[in-house]
Design a protein around this ligand. Structure first.
Ligand code: IPE
Ligand code: IPE
Ligand code: MG
Length: 238
């Protein structure tokens, strides 16, 4: 087997970093007269399938939106349900460790339950030497919150104004050291970012679809990637 065997059949190189807003679990459940918790369970299963697929095709970075800083507004029962799904995911090492996936959580983890913080810490440590997909899970994540956090760090470090550049900010975001997302995908029929990666998405390409997250399959991602590959990215040039 050649070391340079292609990992996928895409017509062109795939994006380096894909970010997904995993939205539409509640409506998926409602359509089936099921409780919202069934939608989150289906969404979680789908997330595992998509992460595995991204790893298989050789994607370098995948960032998924799991829980926003605004999602605390939901009924406590629903928030608890989402946190329990997260616990199950983290306890099941085969979701990342056995898949050679490197997991990292982005967001303000401070307000989370102590046992979740321990599980997150273990998952990040256990998977830190993985050489496959870099999987960022955005949890209690908000783009504005992230920027405020970066500004506070800059002030605390006493960096003089004359030395502050875009890189100074980038280096203090939760995604420090990672490439910006090339491609942001939002299923569920909403056409907004909902406070997701607002700094990092400055030059991203977008792909929207009415498909609800639990129905968003590898074949849809494949279609989206093929479309991305035909976009003309100019970055302000000609
Ligand atoms: C996304 O699905 C999951 C989270 C925000 C945690 P939703 O729960 O927002 O599903 P809809 O938008 O109500 O259908
Ligand atoms: C965005 O979805 C957050 C996640 C998918 C985790 P929401 O369902 O919270 O977004 P809005 O409320 O429709 O903007
Ligand atoms: Mg939603």
């Amino acid at each position: 087997m050649s070391l340079f065997r292609k990992k996928n059949n895409f017509s062109r190189p795939i994006p380096e970093h894909i970010a997904i807003i995993m939205d539409g679990n509640g409506r998926w459940a409602k359509k089936r007269s099921l409780p919202r918790s069934a939608g989150h369970a289906a969404g979680s299963k789908n997330f595992k399938d998509i992460a595995r697929y991204c790893n298989k095709i050789g994607l370098k970075y995948l960032t998924v939106y799991a829980f926003s800083t605004e999602n605390w507004k939901r009924p406590k029962e629903e928030v608890d349900n989402i946190m329990n799904i997260l616990r199950d995911y983290l306890k099941d090492a085969k979701n990342f460790k056995d898949e050679n996936i490197k997991v990292k959580f982005i967001g303000n983890l401070e307000p989370l339950a102590d046992d979740i913080k321990v599980l997150i810490d273990d998952a990040e440590k256990e998977s830190q030497n993985a050489t496959g997909l870099h999987l960022n899970i955005a949890l209690n994540y908000g783009g504005r919150d992230e920027i405020v956090h970066a500004v506070k760090r800059i002030i605390n470090e006493g960096i003089p104004e004359s030395e502050i550049t875009e890189q100074t900010v980038c280096d203090r975001l939760y995604t420090a050291g990672q490439p910006d997302p090339d491609f942001i995908i939002r299923p569920s029929g909403e056409y907004r970012l909902s406070n997701y990666l607002i700094w990092q998405s400055a030059y991203a390409e977008y792909w929207f679809s009415d498909i609800l997250w639990p129905d968003f399959k590898p074949k849809h991602l494949e279609t989206a990637i093929e479309e991305f590959n035909h976009r003309n990215r100019r970055y302000g040039g000609v």
